[in-house]
Design a protein around this ligand. Structure first.
Ligand SMILES: CC(C)(COP(=O)(O)OP(=O)(O)OC[C@H]1O[C@@H](n2cnc3c(N)ncnc32)[C@H](O)[C@@H]1OP(=O)(O)O)[C@@H](O)C(=O)NCCC(=O)NCCS
Length: 397
């Protein structure tokens, strides 16, 4: 075995997790002024996430991330007006979506959204202009138009005509409106607004790092965002909010079929070394700062829906709490934000395959802020690899 191969084998079998640097675990790979993630705090440009969730709106947070500072009243008004004016999506995009989003075949909305953003690059007047001014314009257009792509995709999937954005609704409420054609209840709009704040930014997570890698080649913002969407789709990253809800539905069906309890489902999962979606985090080992905030709001929605004589939607939180307790007691692993997100969006009546696209509608702000930061002080991202392949051989020998 080569010495490089010996090192890799040592890493793979080590019981010392701290020495396992696969997946760049524990490695600091660059500087950022945008966000700080650590065991005790999640901070966007100096503001703590609980403070933002309680006191800011998503539009204010988007401005903070993209422009770099808290907006004043006039700046906020202009930013909101600009976003509203940019909301309508071009006919070209609607035409293509109407061909690809209508099943069959059933195409995942993340794939539709990736194509939608790629199409937006064809009609954006500044696609290949990487100047700071053009990039801020493009970031605003992407932020304003992604809800339209998500909404049109859902309406087409449901066999309906896409609707025009409603200029009287804020970003979160308009996103929900565009997916149904109905103005959302106040609490739903509020909960969506907070969830967008919670999802907006998270330093060098996989999708943001992907965006930065693409941007570092001096490629354009749309290309980088398409890459970010691809990275976010995976169930170990953004796709976990959908996977978490699918798992809760599986537990519910398991119990309804008389096969056992939450406890026995969990024991089976542990015995088969199954990964439980919506749990664990590369950075947070004592809990995700965002999870408790979203769980509280989601439960409020479930309680409101249930008290109106509808089905008892709080059951999802009862099952979720049991899963959470068992995970903590037996594995000492906490839920991440995707766990309560799954339940919250479910009780709001949002179709499960749209949970990760909604994550995009928010995270695009963080991605664009990072793409701009990368371009401001660029050097191509090109790390080294530790070769562990075979030794030198002769092609003709
Ligand atoms: C998020 C995630 C990818 C982080 O991966 P990571 O940093 O490589 O994981 P860690 O090194 O912290 O894992 C430590 C141990 O806990 C286990 N673990 C971590 N998350 C787990 C989960 N969700 N279910 C079961 N076991 C889990 C790992 O298998 C590992 O066990 P081992 O030491 O026996 O190999 C991982 O926790 C995961 O896959 N979670 C589920 C998907 C998810 O919710 N993603 C959204 C993240 S915001």
């Amino acid at each position: 075995m080569t010495s490089a191969a010996t090192t890799a084998a040592k890493i793979k079998t080590t019981s010392d997790k701290a020495a396992d640097t696969r997946g760049l675990a524990g490695q600091t790979v660059g500087d950022t002024e945008i966000c700080s993630v650590n065991q005790t705090q999640l901070i966007y440009r100096g503001y703590e996430i609980a403070d933002l969730a309680a006191n800011a709106t998503f539009e204010e947070v988007a401005y903070l991330l993209l422009v770099g500072e808290k907006p004043g009243p006039q700046e906020l008004k202009e930013f909101k007006d600009e976003l509203v004016s940019m909301r309508p999506i071009p006919d070209l995009v609607i035409d293509v979506l109407s061909k690809i989003a209508a099943p069959p075949p059933e195409v995942h909305p993340m794939d539709i959204l990736r194509t939608g953003v790629s199409l937006l690059s064809h009609v954006d007047p500044e696609t290949n202009d990487n100047s700071p001014k053009a990039e801020l314009n493009k970031a605003k257009r992407l932020l304003a138009q992604i809800p339209g792509v998500i909404g049109a995709c859902q309406m087409i999937r449901d066999g309906k005509e896409p609707v025009y954005p409603d200029p009287n609704l804020n970003h979160a409420a308009n996103l929900l409106y565009m997916m149904t054609g109905r103005k959302p209840p106040e609490l739903h709009a509020k909960v969506m607004d907070v969830s967008l704040i919670l999802y907006a930014e998270h330093d060098f997570n996989a999708s943001t790092f992907t965006c930065r890698c693409i941007a570092s080649t001096e490629a354009d913002m749309h290309s980088a965002v398409c890459g970010g969407i691809g990275a976010l789709k995976g169930p170990l990253h953004g796709g976990a909010n959908e996977a978490a809800m699918e798992m809760l539905k599986e537990i519910d069906q398991y119990m309804a079929a008389g096969k056992g309890t939450v406890e026995s489902f969990m024991q089976n999962a542990f015995d088969t070394k199954r990964k439980l979606m919506g749990f664990g985090h590369r950075v947070y080992k004592n809990g995700d700062h965002r999870a408790g905030i979203l769980r509280g709001l989601g439960l409020k929605v479930a309680q409101q829906q249930s008290s109106g004589g509808g089905p008892k939607l709080t059951k999802w939180f009862d099952i979720g709490d049991k899963v959470q307790k068992i995970m903590l007691e037996q594995k000492n692993i906490h839920p991440n934000v995707d766990f309560p997100c799954g339940m919250t969006y479910y009780v709001m009546g949002i179709p499960v395959p749209q949970y990760t696209p909604i994550f995009v509608a928010s995270r695009v702000t963080g991605w664009c802020a990072h793409i701009m930061e990368q371009h401001k002080d660029n050097r191509i991202i090109r790390p080294l690899a530790n070769y562990v392949g075979p030794g030198l051989k002769k092609w003709n020998g």
